[in-house]
Design a protein around this ligand. Structure first.
Ligand code: GUN
Ligand code: FE
Length: 425
């Protein structure tokens, strides 16, 4: 059913400052897209079936711009190190297991099911270097109904033998085969995924650049997450002024190559300037940045400068798959950053984190993450009745409280691109 109406308290962002709330209103889904939000239902939509969620809160789906599916099995474990040691001690060891399709199948079943049951409607997902396991992940996400970009990871240097592709040629060849085999999904799309500059040779990035041009693919990677990592990239890439240039010199950094870069905790002026000019998206992952003591990204500054940004969970450097938790962490992280070392950049507001989690990240998928007319119809109905309080709360307050207190069990219905994922009756 692609034509219907949802009745409830409709909340969505127009801009980072403008949160629109229509209490006891209607949002219309027509052909999988939003046909607008109304206080009174126009006559022309009266024939559409109406799902009545009076008194519940209806939001556009949440967008996770950065998540590592194969790391889900060790979420909540082993966060006692900084990035590079954490990768070598915990992450690469886990990811190597995905050579075994049986293990991959069991792990990805859990990941896909949990993502389906969450408030996340769209995600940018890392797999591993293994093409077959990544196809399996894509299949499971497709079956779960999630709209996602999924990447087979590329890494041909500075990686343990069990998780290092034999050569740039082999890595690119496997990627091409994987691209061919992933053509037939409807809602899951491939994205080029060089892990990060330290694990990709120049030759590999050159080959990925050719694939990008041939197939017009987007790209996802990591950028300026950790100070040691940044110094390492400078050593590995003589002649570059800043980390982002190591991708940009291969045309993998925005413009005709849509790009989402996780973290950008320590991006300097020149890097920010290039991200803005190229329309590169920042995936801000505040929980991960705290767990791996990476630092606190100046996300408010990115927004003020017109740099595109959304939120990521960065499982398993982040422990939770919940974008609500990422919203709360983003506000908290911005407050500590302001208090501890930079009072020129104000903390994020509730309006701003809600925007980041919906429309900010959604724009990586085109028109997604809002209920404005013409946007993909992604909707999540939140039931906050079990968050008890004797106070009478306005809808704006209830939404704010959801950011801090929401759990998956509070979701009454979920729709993506007009498709019903589940619905309480
Ligand atoms: N940089 C390169 N790989 C990773 C990863 O798996 N997680 C995080 N947080 N940063 C990375
Ligand atoms: Fe990551």
């Amino acid at each position: 059913m692609r034509n219907y109406v949802i009745k409830g308290n409709i909340c969505y962002s127009r801009t980072r400052k403008e949160l629109c709330i229509v209490e006891n209103g209607y949002v219309v889904c027509r052909d999988g897209k939003s046909a607008g939000v109304y206080e009174l239902l126009p006559e022309s939509y009266e024939a559409f079936p109406c799902y009545n969620y009076e008194n519940k809160i209806v939001i556009p789906g949440l967008v996770d711009l950065h998540v590592h599916a194969p790391q889900y099995p060790f979420r909540g474990l082993g966060m006692d190190q900084e990035l590079i040691d954490w990768l070598n001690t915990h992450t690469f060891v886990e990811e190597a297991k995905y050579a075994d399709l049986d293990y991959a199948g069991r792990a990805y079943d859990i990941f896909a099911e949990d993502l389906r049951n969450s408030a996340t409607t769209r995600a940018c997902v890392f797999g591993t270097i293994h093409a077959d396991a990544t196809l399996l992940l894509m299949e499971k996400l497709e079956n779960a109904g999630i709209t996602a970009y999924v990447g087979k990871v590329n890494m041909d240097r500075n990686s343990p033998k069990c998780l290092c592709e034999e050569s740039a040629e082999r890595s690119a060849g496997d990627t091409q085969r994987w691209l061919h085999d992933s053509r037939n999904f409807k809602h899951v799309m491939p994205i080029l995924t060089p892990r990060f500059t330290p694990s990709c040779t120049d030759e590999l990035l050159e080959k990925l650049s050719e694939l990008q041009k041939r197939y017009h693919l987007p790209v996802q990677s990591h950028l300026s997450e950790n100070l040691g990592e940044i110094a390492w990239v400078k050593e590995l890439c003589p002649g570059t002024e800043f980390y982002g240039e190591s991708y940009d010199r291969y045309g993998l950094f925005g413009n005709s190559c849509p790009a989402v870069m996780a973290h950008c905790v320590h991006s300097g002026e020149a890097e920010m300037d290039l991200m803005k000019r190229r329309g590169v998206f920042v995936a801000h992952c505040p929980e991960s940045n705290a767990n791996l003591v990476s630092g606190a990204a100046p996300v408010k500054l990115y927004l003020e400068r017109g740099i595109r940004a959304g939120l990521g969970t960065d499982i398993a450097a982040g422990s939770s798959l919940s974008i609500f938790k990422a919203m709360a962490a983003a506000v908290q992280c911005s407050k500590l950053r302001w208090r501890l070392y930079d009072q020129s950049v104000a903390p994020l507001t509730v309006e701003e984190v809600f925007y980041l989690a919906t429309k900010g990240g959604g724009e990586f998928f085109g028109k997604a993450g809002s209920f404005e007319e013409g946007y993909e119809f992604d909707a999540v109905v939140m039931d906050d009745s079990s968050i008890r309080s004797p106070r009478e709360l306005r809808v704006r307050e209830r939404l704010e409280r959801l950011i801090y207190l929401a759990e998956d069990r509070h979701i009454a219905a979920k729709f993506i691109g007009g498709r019903e994922i589940f619905r309480e009756r």
